[in-house]
Ligand binder design. Sequence first.
Ligand SMILES: [Zn+2]
Length: 343
Amino acid sequence: MACFPDFVGSDALRERIGDAVRRNRLSHAYLIEGPEGSGKRTFARMIAAAVSCEKREDENADLPCGECPACKKILSDRSTDVHYLDRGDRATVSVDAIRDLRREMALSPTELDVRTFIIDDADAMTPAAQNALLISLEEPPAGVLILLLASSSDGLLPTVRSRVQTLRLEPVPPDKERAYLLRTSPEAKKLDGEGAGKLDAVISASHGRIGVALAYLTPKREAALQKTRETVDGVIRAAATGASYAEVLRAISSLPTKRTELTSCLVPLIEASRDLIVLKRMPDAPLLFYVDRQAALALAERADLSRLVKIYDAITDAADAVASNGNVQTVLTSLAVAVRGRN
Ligand SMILES: [Zn+2]
């Protein structure tokens, strides 16, 4: 039967870990790597359940089965043998927090054979905290499983990285994400009923991260997302169709002028211009921004490739300038000039 059936995507990884659990060959420490909203915590909780699942050796049962007392407790976050640590409101995970955790590791299990220690934001551990964790990673107490969760392993010391196996979560393919959202989220179902590609826009903006899609599924966030998409579409449309300088400038001036908000618009702008370039050569290529392929194809047809490349370069330059603290107004004016020219 299936390994981690309720986790969507990362099929090979699920199979590998499920197999290791069933054969009792799980390592004592893993790093689960994936961007925000990619399901690191969910996957960690499922591994904790799998190692304690009463049916873990039964090839005919799902793993975790989700029904035995251990599964039920762990999957609903009620087990005293699964410990979570994250940075909370702080910028880092401190050495004291890791020392406390280490003391906890030395105690005996209360309910289960395996106690799981999940360190979220592991890349936010200070170097001292990471060094304090090293001895536990090298010689963990018996019956202890350590799961580090991080967006990227870059913030981890090589000594830590070399003592854990890395499990990289993959983005969920759009069709699987869509099916999952429709199955589990009433908001997704409602949005899908409203049509106009609204649910697809949420899926597109989540880039294969279900946690991000779920966060967009509140009416307020969804409306903000639609507004961003309309703004982005307006800018690209004006630039690609050869509108006048004044029109391009007007479209660009509807972009937010707050640096963080502008940054979150520049990413979809880059993706939209990339989509049009790719569509010129491969009409069936996967798209990053557009959800209506026909509309995107029609738009791509109206611009020649050199203009699209010019737009793409101008937007990436603008993103660079905003990231390196350039004056936002100047950046936006330069963007208009770069995509259109003043005359
Ligand atoms: Zn179970």
